[in-house]
Design a binder for this molecule. Sequence first.
Ligand code: G6P
Length: 613
Amino acid sequence: MCGIVGAIARDNCVPFLIDGLKRLEYRGYDSAGLAIAQPDTHAIERARSVGRVAELEQQAGSLRARLGIAHTRWATHGVPSERNAHPHMSEGNGFTVTVVHNGIIENHDEMRRDLQASGYVFHSDTDTEVIAHLVHRHMSGGLSLLQSVQTASGQLHGAFAIALIASNTPDTLVAARKGAPLLVGIGQGEWFIASDASALITQTREMVYLEESDVICLQPTGLSVYDRKGQAAQRKSVISQLSADSVELGPYQHYMQKEIFEQSGAIAATLEMVSNASAISPQLFGAEAADVLPKVQQILILACGTSYHAASVARYWLESVAGIQTTVEIASEYRYRDSVCLPGTLVITISQSGETADTLAALEHSKTLGVEYTLSICNVPESALIRASKLKFLTRAGPEIGVASTKAFTTQLAALFTLTLVMAKLRQRLPAEHEAELLTELRHLPAAVSKVLECEPEVKQWAQRFADKHHSLFLGRGVHYPIAMEGALKLKEISYIHAEAYAAGELKHGPLALVDADMPVVAVAPNDTLIEKLKSNLQEVSARGGELFVFADRDTKMQSAPGVHVMKLLDHAGLLSPILHVIPLQLLSYHVALVKGTDVDKPRNLAKSVTVE
Ligand code: G6P
């Protein structure tokens, strides 16, 4: 949520600031701004605009300076407007402090009152502005920019990453992180900061991931890092594996489209260790897994959004294949609920970004209840979530830029299926023959994904029929019910068509009342043991004049008829079927959004990484 960048460049930092913001735009895109420091005049120049970074680029095109900070915003405190856009400033006593901020300052009300009492006047509705005034007050009292930020960081509550410059120290950039990510990119005699590696990759591959509560000072002479106690600290740099290509659109029109079509490769990369092994082993989940997983008595999975749907699929697998009791809960609910935690519980958190505030807080909450065994499934190696868990599994989907998650979801499912096999084996529920069969199916999964993607032309035709609709129903049963939920989420996120998912058996307990010719009903129809039950549910829809769009397995005996459109995919894929069945639903939402002309990669009001609760 929100993206920040900053730089001390050898020459002009503005092109990097703009390019960095464009790469971070998926984190928030309601307004953008930048500020640069002019050493000769001791002035801070600022440009801000509502809307996309491209608009800021127009405004800021002629600005030049070596030192600057910039921000792309997803509004939390205060409406999207120029006055609420970052950077925020505090002026007085002959100097100006400027700040960009990602996250939330929880005690901003109290700080605002305190600062107002000292005579500071606020010009925005944001929580961020308190940081500018607070640092200004410390500097007015004689502290340096670095000392002021160190002191202020201790006074600010919440999770944040901030970067500041001041007009009276025009060669210094100070940044700090607490609960939100921040990286430094090391160039040749120049330094960059960003909230995400994808903004740095065009400048340098050498990066330093800052640790919790670090404060850094960048000057033309170099980088200094200070730890939570204010002591000078060393942080190792790493060479990022991210390639510039992985964050480029290439031949695709949208990131979502690119990411849908990358799924075969992403699953293959995620399963590389599994596919190359002759047998499944707990070590796939980290060095300590062989010790921890055999002690697990039950599982609790916590996640948000699409990751929650992956968790919901896994519940069916873990209970039916591994025979282990599994509950799944939305992280934002769990963290505030009084719950009972039984000994031997493995808490699994799933997150594409590893930054989702509610998921991180839910994990910490579980630890306060005495949970010892924790496992994170995540797509970002250096994320806070990965660091906070005992066991880990990295999905290797590559950067996911489209706000609507696609390849992160299917790679999460691949990871969760692997976990299911590990648990089943530990619990003596996976005979060697069955293990070998399932491993073979997993090895074939990337090819099956490529095959399913061939349904795109047919899906495109169906999409036309949704464009003028306002509501839709998605139905599924068993392990495909969460797939229907994911299909409905995709459609509402990017096409803004209201979409509800129901377990098909629930249809007659309410939603059937909504069915008419204007309410398309999408059904996920694998040829599994529930298919006959599902067919009866679909009859209930047809009998009420509803129009059905059925994604069926090739071996399902279902045919198109008036009001019933049936698309045949592949033969039933057994346990892996949910991974294949979600793909046409992703394509459907993508093509409906195209027909409607919505902003596919940056749907209104949403953001990719939800770092606030
Ligand atoms: C946001 C994104 C979703 C994502 C959810 C959870 O809402 O738009 O695509 O599923 O956050 O994010 P996470 O990074 O924890 O998987």
